[in-house]
Ligand binder design. Sequence first.
Ligand code: COA
Length: 313
Amino acid sequence: MTDLYSKIVSTGSYLPQKIYTNHDIEKLVDTSHDWIVERTGIISRHIADENESSVDMAYEASCKAIERSNLKNNDIDLILVATTTPERKFPSTAVLLQSLLNNNKASAFDVNAACTGFIYALDIADKYIKGGFAKNVLVVGTEKITSLIDWSDRNTCVLFGDGAGAVILTASQTPGLISNTIGSDGSYKDLLTVNTDTEVIEMRGNDVFKIAVNTMGKLAKKTLENSDYSVNNIDWLIPHQANSRIIKAVAKKINLSEDKIIMTVDKHGNTSAASIPLALDYGVNTGMVKKDHLIIFEAFGAGFTWGSTLLKF
Ligand code: COA
């Protein structure tokens, strides 16, 4: 029997029209454009309209990915949506997306692993495809994360933005996804959290920063060590986009030069589970990411959760 792999055949993304620059945020809290750029690398972020939900954004990103895949909506047999900001408690965001897509063939469910959600969803998709349980999987990361922002808290309100990214994974005789690693440690549950009584992001930024750099650095190293590739083979690092200093520190830990990083945090801010598929689609649209490129995804989020994917595009 020949090996079966899952392969990303297309990407799509969506960003809301409204943009908040650092200067807009200067009007809300005691902060400055220079501080935000120096400490985070963020210059602006997109903000969803009041009546624009994570499902609406997921739909826009998914339509682009499906169109580019040359599949029909009903060819999709599994829909996975990574989100921490569902439009409803239930049905799931994935099921609401299925309805907008007029798809009546797929199973659909959400994955919540905070900012690592997209990598968790990819891991599930990969296993469904390798196991022969699905052929064409739509994997989406979508967040209206600004709905969880306290706009008077300067520690958090400068960091986040909204958006959605989508990929289509299909069964393939060649890789595709080469390896996928996910992990979590619930003992850090209070360092980055949204409690149901307050419904706003609370974060111990400094602690999160250090653990994020260490965890993603170690993970990237291990991912390469466990593969047939070295850092010299990597065309692109596409990490979770939370802070440019975190991203550069991770690249340094694996001796990867900074010009091999797809960096979108300056334009998008931290879009949680949407950040990796948004950055991937940005890489594709700008012509940086090309067919057969070797790519490593690295993610880290509340929990803590973490994940790493090595793939041939
Ligand atoms: N504007 C101006 N000053 C600010 C500020 C803001 N928006 N936010 C915090 N400060 C101040 C602090 O009050 C502190 O002042 P003090 O020294 O007088 O007490 C000073 O800046 C330094 O704060 P600190 O928290 O140590 O800054 P930092 O260098 O760690 O940067 C973050 C703060 C949030 C940017 C950084 O910790 C970070 O990015 N953490 C990880 C966040 C993250 O990735 N979260 C999601 C993970 S998925």
